[in-house]
Design a protein around this ligand. Structure first.
Ligand code: HEM
Length: 406
């Protein structure tokens, strides 16, 4: 396989930007109209996830081990995308869908590459695409043996904690086995949009899941404003391997730094650690003002039950709420990372960071400047369109997050 030719042509092709995305979807919907219902109703909001990932993967086809793991996972996850025929019957994703997507991809490349699109280059792209599609289909077939394509979840409770933030409790129709720190793709059937949300609790025996959602885009605003008890959500397969590896070095103390609803996966981690052998955990939750600390009561309760009967020196969980400004606020003041660094140095610890992209970037930079080894800092994008998955990087020019629950 001529990987250099694939990469060179992809670089040339990406110059077309959004025009290529439009052309790709228009070609796909002409070749295969039945695929239209799989995608969001309003394609104006469509990010070029599929196309971007395809190009990225195809230009990395020489890393066989990583490619196999990634495409198997992606293929299994694609089982949640289903079409409907004219009578409303569900059509499962199958080999012919992959052939149609491949045809749309080649047509788009041909259109934008002009004279660079030679028969030899076309053969390279066709072979690379076929290899990736086969790996995805194999991943789907493997997962079919043990998992449903998605879970149907019913909303049991809607707790609007802030004007722009809701805590939802849902119950999936089957137990959904996620690891604390992971995220689930969530769909609102009305919007036909999938976005990632992180469970805020460790898996419970009754299978219920709590999501914390802040209104930042169309999907999350719909959840915050319109969701009611009894509504139905679809949940896809759990994703994320970084935050959920919090227990990779149990001998190290753990620092958790949260901003806004980025608290959710970190609270799930704390809950799961409560069930295991004692480990020193410090959870610093930052807000601009005290009202941003929407989960303060629950966390204070968790910390007090965690330390019941123990002296300050023995406590395994230390919860530190902090705000940047607040009248009458008696707790810590400053950003979460600054307050964490005032507590002690964290060179011996694993640090999990979750919040907005800007908060994550600033926090990592400050921790690295303070001497925390970059490989001890874990963060995640809840987005598996990145290839390879993005991990903490002291290089702050590199984007750490591209998508979220928007
Ligand atoms: C080699 C082939 C393919 C690759 C690499 C690929 C990759 C991706 C990726 C990375 C995403 C984003 C997932 C996410 O948001 O978590 C995605 C989304 C999606 N893919 Fe694929 N895909 C492929 C084939 C297909 C096929 C054959 C179909 C069906 C016709 C399909 C339908 C979709 C749909 C409906 C979405 C969701 C779009 C949205 O809601 O924004 N994909 N794909």
């Amino acid at each position: 396989m001529d990987v250099t030719a694939l990469r060179r042509s992809w670089r040339q092709f990406t110059v077309a930007g959004p025009r290529a995305v439009k052309y790709f979807y228009a070609s796909l919907f002409v070749i295969a109209p039945e695929t239209r219902t799989m995608f969001p109703t309003n394609m104006r909001y469509q990010e070029d996830k599929l196309l971007a990932a395809l190009g990225h993967i195809l230009t990395h086809v020489d890393d066989a081990e990583e490619l196999t793991a990634f495409t198997h996972r992606l293929g299994a996850d694609h089982r949640r995308f289903q079409a409907r025929d004219a009578d409303g019957n569900v059509i499962h994703l199958a080999e012919h869908h992959y052939i149609w997507v491949g045809q749309a991809l080649l047509a788009t490349l041909e259109h934008f590459l002009g004279t660079a699109w030679t028969p030899a280059l076309k053969a390279e792209w066709a072979a690379a695409y076929e290899a990736v599609a086969k790996l995805m289909l194999a991943g789907a077939a493997e997962s079919e043996r043990s998992l449903p394509p998605y879970w149907e979840a019913q909303v049991l409770d809607v707790d609007r904690r802030l004007v722009d933030l809701v805590v939802l409790t849902v119950r999936p129709n089957y137990l959904c086995a996620y690891r604390p720190g992971q995220s689930l793709p969530v769909q609102l059937p009305d919007l036909r949009m999938w976005r990632y949300l992180s469970p805020a609790n460790a898996p419970r025996p009754d299978g219920t899941i709590e999501f914390h959602v802040r209104a930042t885009g169309r999907f999350s605003t719909h959840l915050v404003r319109r969701t009611g008890v009894g509504d139905r959500l679809l949940l896809g397969h759990p994703v994320g391997t970084t935050l959920s590896s919090y227990d990779r070095a149990p001998h190290r103390p753990l620092l958790l730094v949260a901003g806004g609803s980025g608290l959710a996966p970190l609270r799930a981690v704390v809950e799961s650690l409560r069930q295991g052998p004692a480990r020193s955990v410090t959870l610093v939750v930052g807000g601009k003002t005290p009202s941003d600390l929407y989960d303060h009561q629950a966390l204070a309760m968790l910390a007090s039950t965690a330390s019941a009967g123990q002296s300050a020196g023995e406590r395994w969980l230390r919860y530190v709420p902090t705000v940047e400004a607040g009248w009458g606020w008696e707790g810590a003041v400053g950003t979460a990372v600054d307050v964490a660094l005032r507590l002690r140095s964290w060179e011996d610890s694993d640090v999990l960071v979750c919040g907005s992209p800007a908060m994550i970037r600033d926090t990592i930079r400050t921790l690295v400047d303070a001497g925390v080894p970059p490989d001890q800092i874990l963060t995640e994008t809840f987005d598996h369109t990145s290839y390879p998955p993005i991990v903490a990087s002291p290089d702050t020019s590199r984007p750490l997050s591209r998508l979220g629950a928007r």
